[in-house]
Design a protein around this ligand. Structure first.
Ligand code: NAP
Length: 284
């Protein structure tokens, strides 16, 4: 049976480490601050935002939630972001996605000063990541790298297969795995014969959003399986892309949903905010 990678416990470990750093920074006169902008009232977004704010409070990060109505104009939203860019108390700015259709996500992301882009979605952050420069890494793939390293998974020379190629998960995931010396294969909706690729994986990352996509037949004996997805099954229960029970019989380690990748995503957001505040201190 596979070892369960306990993302909740590892995220708590990370938050405990951050508490010390936040206390130290606060003592030196800089309290890390994160501002979250929520546009409209998408129920899932409201839940995510509440989780982020709560996590900030737990480690001592000063957090602020700006809720804007769904009809807010793009110009007004961009103006708000520009104000926050100039605010010294704000070290991280996060605009919760998705946004209403009349607002361009890329205009919003590009307006956030990349020095405060704690989500790691700004093209400057992405470019710096690709070229190996210091930057904010996107929280979900960064959290997965942290899970793998804290679980003692050595990626050197291993074959990692990433299913999904989105800008926020699949693409950066593949890049970070490759930077840690894995040989990486990326799969997506046009991949022909998905199992023939996933069965080669020493480390398999599923980031698609389809219940039951990854079965026992997709997984090599002894593989490490990371399930990023957050889906609802027919009963409305939260679940991933991986059929957990049957895949646990062949994998050596596996993340559950919930309690795997999700908590690490939030922990990395906090980490990026603390790093941003530390950079300010270094410039003083
Ligand atoms: P996305 O933008 O919808 O991307 C999904 C990817 O899956 C696309 O690249 C798509 O391929 C690929 N795909 C679709 N059907 C496929 C199939 N049958 N076989 C192989 N690949 C297929 O989603 P995302 O934003 O990356 O999120 C993926 C999942 O992770 C979602 O369930 C989301 O809720 C979850 N998520 C979780 C966290 C967390 O913190 N735990 C964070 C972010 C996202 P094409 O490119 O060809 O369309």
């Amino acid at each position: 049976m596979a070892k369960i990678i306990d993302g909740k416990a590892i995220a708590q470990e990370v938050r405990n480490e951050l508490k010390g750093k936040v206390a130290d920074l606060t003592h030196k006169g800089i309290t890390p601050g994160l501002t979250v902008i929520l546009v409209g009232n998408n129920p899932a977004s409201e839940v995510y935002v509440r989780g982020k704010i709560r996590a900030c409070e737990e480690v001592g990060i000063r957090s602020e939630l700006i809720s804007l109505p769904a009809e807010v104009s793009e110009a007004d939203l961009l103006l708000k972001i520009k104000e926050l860019n100039k605010d010294d108390q704000v070290h991280g700015i996060l605009v919760q996605l998705p946004l209403p259709n009349h607002i361009s996500e890329s205009n919003v992301i590009e307006t956030i000063a990349y020095q405060k882009d704690v989500d790691g979605f700004h093209p400057e952050s992405v470019g710096r990541m690709v070229t190996g420069l210091e930057t904010f890494l996107p929280c979900t793939p960064h959290g997965i790298m942290e899970l793998l390293s804290r679980t003692g998974v050595d990626l050197n020379g291993k074959h990692a297969v990433v299913v999904g190629r989105s800008n926020i998960v699949g693409k950066p995931m593949a890049l970070l795995l490759q930077q840690q010396n894995a040989t990486v294969t990326m799969c997506h909706s046009r991949t022909v014969d998905l199992p023939s690729f996933t069965r080669q994986a020493d480390v398999l990352v599923a980031a698609v959003g389809k219940v039951g996509l990854i079965t026992k037949e997709h997984v090599k004996e002894g593989a490490v399986v990371i399930d990023v997805a957050m889906n609802r099954d027919v009963e409305g229960k939260l679940c991933g892309d991986v059929l957990f029970d049957e895949v646990s019989e062949v994998a050596s380690a596996i993340t559950p949903v919930p309690g795997g990748v999700g908590p690490m995503t939030i922990a990395m957001l906090l980490k990026n905010t603390v790093i941003s505040a530390e950079r300010v201190l270094q410039q003083v």
